[in-house]
Design a protein. Structure first.
Length: 61
């Protein structure tokens, strides 16, 4: 399996977080040699989501 680039990892993490990851992509992700890019992008994605939610709440209140 070919190594995924950063954009592929971002798309994969976003699809997984939103719950729309296909079974083929899911299997392809687990065939990668390192989970570190997925972990880093996942943490950044969650922190960004939290930041957006805090911003929205502060704007509303």
């Amino acid at each position: 399996m070919a190594k995924k680039n950063l954009w592929d990892v971002v798309k994969s993490v976003a699809a997984s977080v939103l719950g729309v990851q296909s079974d083929a992509n899911y299997k392809s992700d687990f065939e990668q040699t390192s989970f570190v890019p997925y972990a880093v992008v996942g943490v950044l994605f969650v922190l960004g989501l939290i930041g957006i939610l805090v911003l929205i709440v502060n704007l509303v209140l």
